[in-house]
Design a protein around this ligand. Structure first.
Ligand code: 5AD
Ligand code: SF4
Length: 439
């Protein structure tokens, strides 16, 4: 393909954006594009954006500014903005940066071919609808290219929970689950192409309720259906809401051997007062009870969470309640953020707390979370884990992969191939990874 056009995609934010970027690259492959790793030789630059926290739009405008020189040198260069900033800003993007040719919201990616044709003819294309049809249905994946051992697979998108701080229900829209058969077909295709571990994605993945042969199926039922695919060895899912952890899903953690012992279950705060103000619809005690049940089903599960500090009106006591919840749970992994105002969300109207105080609290929380993570990681030393090897390490002969607990593990002189799953003994704990030896 000597005359293939080159596409540079820059992805921001969550794993769902990573998945969407892959699908967009495949779709634009059908329009004659191949991916390139640098914007310098691109014929199209596509920014797949995230709007979850502060200054997201400003960052995109300044990133776009950096492409001005490229566009001046190559007037045929097409520049597009996709993702949640595209959804939130819409036409404003083209007003502020007239060099942008294409703006596409996360629910309209199946319309990219027509949009690309419009911009190829020198026009502009903008689509931030929430159309009825499934955006994945028409994305023809096409060349059966070999894949790495791990892949994401979106099963559910959007959210109806409306947490008071969050833009997702506005940028990704209402909750929609993909039908079971389509997910199974995509999973089988991935496995044929070399994938051994699939992470099911959804903003509210455990609220999954996709159409199956005999009515709607839950996430637990979907996991059991995926469990039957030969060659698929590992299943993960993210991100879950505590209120949607049903009995069957908890039970699957104990009985489905392909379901990995790792759960990302955000709680956001440990204070009932703040949880109420956040519209989370559960208490700290409800969350702790869910954790207790999960640990009863799978005692060695590694837990991960998300936290927001400095939510409007958060008092010292509210913050101490969060610290106490973290002490009670013991997280192996966590993400913590200072609250940032998202225009259009209910919390944006509330009186904000002092920024310096919020920063101080964030540091204290992060220190505690970090100590817990270290402790859990260090305690892996001496244990046997199974590692899915993904890629060569930094040193010659070294191979790296992930344990079932999602710890990065590297092994020196590992006689293994990419995609192998092997028993490994953990012999050391380093800053961001574990050192293992083959058994
Ligand atoms: N401010 C700070 N953090 C936020 N998150 C979502 N919205 C905000 C916000 N306005 C965090 C939550 C969520 C994660 C994906 O991002 O913790 O779980
Ligand atoms: Fe946002 Fe998650 Fe709350 Fe939905 S459940 S509104 S995605 S934080």
């Amino acid at each position: 393909m000597a005359d293939a056009k080159k596409l540079y995609i820059k992805t921001y934010g969550c794993q769902m954006n990573v998945y969407d970027s892959e699908r967009m690259a495949e779709t634009l492959g059908g329009q004659g594009y191949v991916e390139t790793k640098t914007p310098d030789d691109a014929d199209m630059i596509l920014l797949n954006t995230c709007h979850i926290r502060e200054k997201a739009a400003e960052k995109i405008y300044s990133e776009l500014g950096r492409y001005k020189g490229l566009k001046a040198d190559k007037p045929d260069l097409k520049i597009g903005v996709a993702g949640c900033v595209a959804q939130a800003e819409g036409e404003e993007i083209m007003r502020r940066q007239p060099m942008v040719d294409l703006v596409v919201g996360p629910q309209s990616y199946h319309r990219l071919p027509a949009m690309e044709e419009a911009v190829a003819k020198g026009g502009k294309a903008l689509d931030t609808d929430f159309p009825e049809e499934d955006k994945f249905e028409h994305l023809k994946s096409r060349p059966k290219a070999k894949r790495g051992p791990t892949a994401f697979l979106t099963v559910q998108e959007g959210c109806d929970k409306f947490c008071a701080f969050c833009v997702v229900p506005y940028t990704r829209g209402a909750e929609v689950s993909r039908p079971v058969e389509r997910i199974l077909t995509e999973a089988r295709d991935l496995v044929e192409r070399g994938v051994r571990e699939i992470t099911l994605l959804g903003q509210n993945v455990n609220a999954y309720h996709g159409a199956g042969p005999d009515g709607d199926m839950t996430l637990a039922q979907l996991i059991w259906a995926l469990d039957e695919i030969d060659g698929l060895e590992r299943i993960r899912f993210t991100t879950s809401h505590p209120n949607d952890m049903d009995d069957a899903l908890i039970e699957a953690h104990g009985s489905c051997s392909k379901l990995m012992p790792y759960l990302h279950l955000p709680v956001q705060s440990g204070s009932d007062r703040i949880l109420k103000a956040m519209n989370r619809k559960h208490t700290a005690q409800d969350y702790l009870r869910v954790i207790e049940r999960i640990r009863a089903a799978r005692p060695d599960i590694l837990l991960s969470g998300d936290f927001i500090v400095g939510f409007p009106c958060e008092t010292d006591q509210d913050f101490e309640d969060t610290m106490a919840l973290v002490e009670a749970v013991e997280y192996g992994q966590a993400y913590s953020f200072k609250y940032s105002t998202r225009p259009g969300t209910p919390a944006a109207e509330k009186p904000q707390i002092d920024d310096g105080l919020a920063t101080e609290r964030l540091h204290r929380l992060q220190e505690l979370l970090w100590t817990q993570q270290r402790c859990i990681q260090d305690n892996m030393v001496g244990r046997e884990v199974s590692v899915l090897f993904e890629k060569p390490g930094r040193l010659a002969g070294q191979m790296g992969g992930k344990s079932e607990y999602l710890h990065a593990v590297h092994v020196d002189d590992a006689p293994v191939e990419r995609g192998d799953i092997r028993k490994v003994k953990i012999v050391g704990s380093e800053k961001n990874s574990l050192r293992g030896a083959m058994i």
